[in-house]
Design a protein. Structure first.
Length: 114
């Protein structure tokens, strides 16, 4: 399984970005897909996950501002990020998981200026 993340960039506080993560390869039985982020000097942390078709889970910092979604036809997940804050600055990674293994994308940088 290969994951290609995109959509990061530089945005002012209060702005929006939409991240995409496209999967290729054998993605059969993948049942958990999510976004994580890692800021310098900080451990990688969960941002949001989608389990199965519609069960979503968000970090407290993301609730009400971020929305995770999936497009099965395109084997892609998205993270719509609104009302961005400087503390959202990090490298964002997508992760796909199934029983027996997990796969990470390469990361996309999000920088929010104040």
């Amino acid at each position: 399984v290969q994951l290609q993340a995109s959509g990061g960039g530089l945005v002012q506080a209060g702005g929006s970005l939409r991240l995409s993560c496209a999967a290729s390869g054998n993605i059969g039985s993948i049942n958990i897909m999510g976004w994580y982020r890692q800021a310098p000097g900080i451990q990688r942390e969960l941002v949001a996950t989608v389990i199965g078709i519609r069960i979503t889970n968000y970090a407290d910092s993301a609730k009400g501002r971020f929305t995770i979604s999936r497009d099965n036809a395109k084997n892609t997940i998205y993270l719509q990020m609104n009302s961005l804050k400087p503390e959202d600055t990090a490298v964002y990674y997508c992760k796909f998981s199934r029983r027996g293994g997990s796969y990470w994308g390469q990361g996309t940088q999000v920088t929010v200026s104040s």
